[in-house]
Ligand binder design. Structure first.
Ligand code: ZN
Length: 310
């Protein structure tokens, strides 16, 4: 019984776990179980020789190639040459090709021949951030898995656990900002958190993260929102220019007023849910007026405040 696909395709934003998943697939294909008699399994043991050496990225039959740096026909030709040889110790030779969309057209054509009639001992695992750039001939020969962006809540929880392990105290709002900046990518978020710990030490505040990410000061952001809504263009431009001089990143900043709108800002909602008081003046008011559930209402108070202040 051999119903395993010859090629797998993993898609998703960077830092979402594609390469890690590829290695898990390689383990699942090659695991022999703790007693050394097991077959391919959806649940690799993690303790047999194959599992261990694949996890440590040193298995001779699991070949990783980064197509971003090796895009040419010669690179693929070299790979295809080696496809003919049987695995040294594993059940399958697994070729993991990262950023596969970077391959040249010729390289894809060469690869396609092998994909059409792969030797039985060979499996391919492709990973890509841009699935639309893959030829349909390749797509159609792969079992595809779309890895979703990691949810804000999960990111926040993950980062807070890591911060705790590192002995750092991070404000919930700061964590929410980091998670939002990560945009679903665990790796991106971790590098921001890492930077914050290098800069700030063991106590990381919302202000520090905001400054680090080049996000504008919150109160000024609402001022700007007010001005825009009132059509006070000169004031708005002055305000924008002032914030720009202060070092705010224009792109992050432009997303700001939109982020101030209710329901458009999950980071905000999360920050509130994880600890900030919600009994603000506008809170109950907005909730009663709009009659929404908790999730819908949490983002309202500041907007109500901003409106009342104007
Ligand atoms: Zn195993």
């Amino acid at each position: 019984m051999d119903r395993l696909a010859h090629a797998y395709l993993l898609t998703g934003v960077r830092g979402v776990g594609k390469t890690s998943t590829a290695r898990i697939i390689a383990r699942a294909l090659n695991c022999i179980g703790e007693d050394g008699t097991g077959g391919p399994t959806p649940d690799p043991c993690g303790t047999c020789d194959h599992c261990v050496s694949i996890a440590e990225d040193r298995h001779v039959d699991v070949i990783e190639m980064d197509a971003a740096s090796r895009t040419g026909i010669d690179d693929v030709r070299e790979l295809i040459e080696s496809v003919r040889y049987r695995p040294v110790s594993a059940r399958y030779k697994v070729y993991i090709i990262d950023e596969v969309h970077m391959l040249s057209k010729q390289a894809f054509n060469a690869l396609l021949k092998t994909l059409e009639e792969p030797p039985p001992h060979v499996k391919f695992v492709f990973a890509t951030t841009e699935v639309r750039r893959l030829p349909v001939t390749v797509l159609s020969r792969c079992q595809r898995f779309d890895l979703r962006r990691v949810d804000m809540e999960v990111l926040i929880e993950h980062f807070s656990r890591i911060a705790a392990d590192e002995g750092a105290e991070v404000e919930p709002a700061a964590l929410a900002l980091i998670a939002r900046a990560a945009d679903g990518s665990v790796r991106d978020g971790l590098s921001v958190l890492d930077q914050a710990m290098v800069h700030e030490g063991t106590r990381i505040t919302e202000e520090a993260v905001r400054a680090m990410l080049g996000l504008a000061d919150r109160t000024r952001l609402f001022d700007l929102f007010d001005m825009l809504m009132k059509g006070a263009i000169k004031d708005a431009l002055d305000c924008f220019s002032e914030l720009h001089d202060a070092g705010a990143e224009p792109q992050a900043f432009a997303a700001g007023p939109a982020g101030a709108l209710p329901l458009a800002d999950p980071a905000e909602a999360c920050a509130r849910r994880s600890g900030r008081p919600s009994g603000a003046r506008g809170g109950t008011h907005a909730r009663a007026r709009h009659g929404r559930g908790v999730d819908g209402a949490v983002a309202y108070p500041d907007v109500a405040d901003a409106a009342e202040r104007s």
